[in-house]
Design a protein around this ligand. Structure first.
Ligand code: IMP
Length: 408
């Protein structure tokens, strides 16, 4: 294969985030030259194990584990300098220091400032909360579309202080109306100064950073959250504030669209959701609690217990169609081990499946799990190419092995 024929995989969640995308992203990241984030910010949480130590990354892409992989935070992302500083310090302590060459941030990404966090918290405390992560993500996208927000590339502009003052003047009245303390220009300027020190040397000012790179280096595009949380196509208003569809990788990086390859959607064998919003298959009973405990379904970012329920294959089918994903990976099917009966919502009806007592029988998947997976894949209209069979990173069974992810 000629280098110019490289096509780059995009990994996205097909549900409400927390599908276990990390497992597949890690496999790909180890073979990649670049791992790119194209949406969201530190509302995401990705658990990594490094030298026996548990680390949770939020803003930094998943290429941190292999020392040859470079990481890129794309133009469609939002970055909190304070949170990023902590994350980089933790990575450094764990032996994965990210030099400026290994972590580039697009100049067009927007900065999350203390004002944005205060606005998020105030909205959540009122009657119109969505159960956000309170990281200031929504308000930062608000000030982006309002054109009052501050881009990473504006950090060293002469008028940055004046911009911060204008931003505070424009949005502080919302805090006052909510009866909470205003966010001072001083604390926001402190965040700006911190960002100047932290991001200097890491800012990418190229307009088309991957136009040539995509012809010769292997990239993985890593989506945050999940398709059903997409600002336009998810369960509005209970959604995040960015686009989570894989085609958005082209916009949010920016990445040459014709160089996007496999669109890999990751879905759990059951369903979880954090925050408010509809949940047709939710289990508010012992079964739900058992799955929550067994699956460790507590937020990686906020620690909140996740809402748990059966797989909603109707929503999954919609997510497959919205994302147009070419490959599906089903994770955490082992969490359901021991359940006598497993359910999935298909065509509006809760269908029952006989539970599986092990994931594998020798080299092949347990026939009862295989029956479940085959029916789901047929219904959603996309092949389930791999299945997570246990918590370890290596516990992944390929139903349809893929020799080269960059040749798809
Ligand atoms: P925000 O993204 O913090 O504004 O939160 C909006 C909604 O998206 C809330 O329901 C959050 O719980 C949810 N959310 C945001 N990021 C994630 C994630 O990485 N995993 C799961 N849910 C998320």
């Amino acid at each position: 294969m000629k280098q110019t024929d490289l096509r780059h995989p995009v990994v996205v969640g097909l549900q409400y985030g927390d599908e276990g995308k990390g497992k597949i992203t890690d496999v790909l990241a180890r073979q990649a030259d670049w791992v790119i984030r194209f949406n969201g910010g530190n509302n995401a949480g990705h658990t990594l194990w490094l030298n026996g130590r548990k680390l949770v990354t939020h803003s930094v892409p998943s290429g941190v584990l292999s020392s040859h992989t470079k990481n890129f935070i794309g133009a469609g992302c939002v970055v909190d300098p304070l949170a990023l500083k902590t994350e980089l310090a933790e990575l450094s302590q764990a032996g994965a220091a990210l030099t400026p060459e290994r972590l580039r941030i697009d100049a067009r990404a927007h900065l999350i400032l203390p004002l944005h966090r205060a606005l998020d918290a105030a909205r959540e405390a009122g009657t119109h909360g969505v159960g956000s992560t309170k990281r200031g993500i929504g308000p930062t996208y608000t000030t982006k579309t309002d054109r009052t927000g501050i881009r990473v590339g504006m950090l060293f502009d002469k008028d940055v202080a004046e911009r911060v003052e204008f931003l505070c003047r424009t949005y502080n009245p919302l805090l006052a109306a909510a009866g909470v303390p205003e966010s001072s220009v001083k604390e926001n300027m402190q965040a700006i100064e911190l960002a100047q020190a932290l991001l200097r040397g890491r800012i990418s000012t190229e307009i088309t950073p991957f136009y040539d790179v995509a012809k010769k280096e292997k990239c993985v595009l890593e989506g945050a959250q999940g398709i059903l949380l997409d600002i336009d196509h998810g369960t509005f208003p209970y959604v995040t504030s960015s686009n989570t569809l894989p085609c958005y990788a082209a916009v949010g990086t920016p990445f040459p669209s014709s160089k996007l390859g496999a669109l890999i959607g990751v879905a759990k064998a059951y369903l979880t959701r954090v925050g408010h919003g509809p949940f047709a298959t939710e289990l508010n009973d012992e079964t739900g609690e058992r799955i929550r405990q067994k699956g460790g379904e507590f937020g990686a970012t906020t620690g909140r217990p996740r809402r748990v329920g059966w797989l909603n294959a109707d929503e999954l089918k919609t997510a497959v169609q919205l994302s147009d994903c070419s490959h599906v990976i089903m994770t955490k099917a082992d969490v359901l081990l021991g359940e006598k009966e497993v359910f999935a919502l298909i065509n509006g009806k809760l269908e029952s499946f006989a539970g599986w007592s092990s994931m594998l029988e020798g080299e092949i998947l347990h026939p009862r799990f295989e029956a479940f997976a085959s029916q789901i894949e047929e219904y959603i209209g996309a092949p389930i190419v791999a299945v997570g069979t246990g918590p370890d990173r290596k516990e992944i069974h390929w139903r349809h092995p893929i020799a080269d992810f960059w040749a798809l």
